[in-house]
Design a protein around this ligand. Structure first.
Ligand code: HEC
Length: 115
């Protein structure tokens, strides 16, 4: 067999291996144990939610710009429900990553730590 074909196969295998590792990481969330609003949840809200759920006229009358606002909707169950809703997800553009959704679930289960 020709040497350059062997080399090309090795490179392809290596690339394939890297891709596989990344997608495995996505499916096995491993969030930090101490999830807090300040460190983890607020950045998610500002990245994905407050363009609609903020400002003077928030979508659905729901503002997600302060700890108390996010905690209120989390206590009602709608936060975890809508970020995991495959037919009507929040954000509407598509589900967050498994890790991001796990952070939110963890935060709620841990009793909404602020900081
Ligand atoms: C592109 C605009 C947009 C973005 C971005 C967005 N939302 Fe929404 N959201 C809406 C609209 C419009 C509604 C009302 C219609 C509906 O419920 O689907 C809504 C409704 C909701 C509701 C239900 C409110 C209720 O009273 O039951 C929750 C909870 C929610 N969004 C959470 C989020 C969260 C959390 C994020 C970020 C991860 C997010 N949304 C991002 C537009 C948006």
């Amino acid at each position: 067999m020709n040497r350059s074909i062997l080399t090309a196969s090795a490179v392809l295998l290596l690339l394939w291996g890297c891709g596989t590792t990344n997608s495995l990481d996505d499916e096995q969330p491993n969030p930090p144990v101490d999830v807090t609003y300040e460190a983890n949840i607020q950045p998610l809200m500002y990245n994905y939610c407050t363009t609609c759920h903020g400002g003077p006229v928030p979508s659905a009358g729901l503002r997600l710009t302060t700890y108390q606002e996010v905690r209120n909707i989390a206590e009602g169950g709608q936060l975890v429900q809508r970020v995991n809703d495959t037919t009507n997800p929040m954000p509407p553009s598509g589900l967050l990553s498994a890790q991001e959704r796990e952070l939110i679930t963890q935060w709620v289960e841990n009793g909404f730590p602020e900081n």
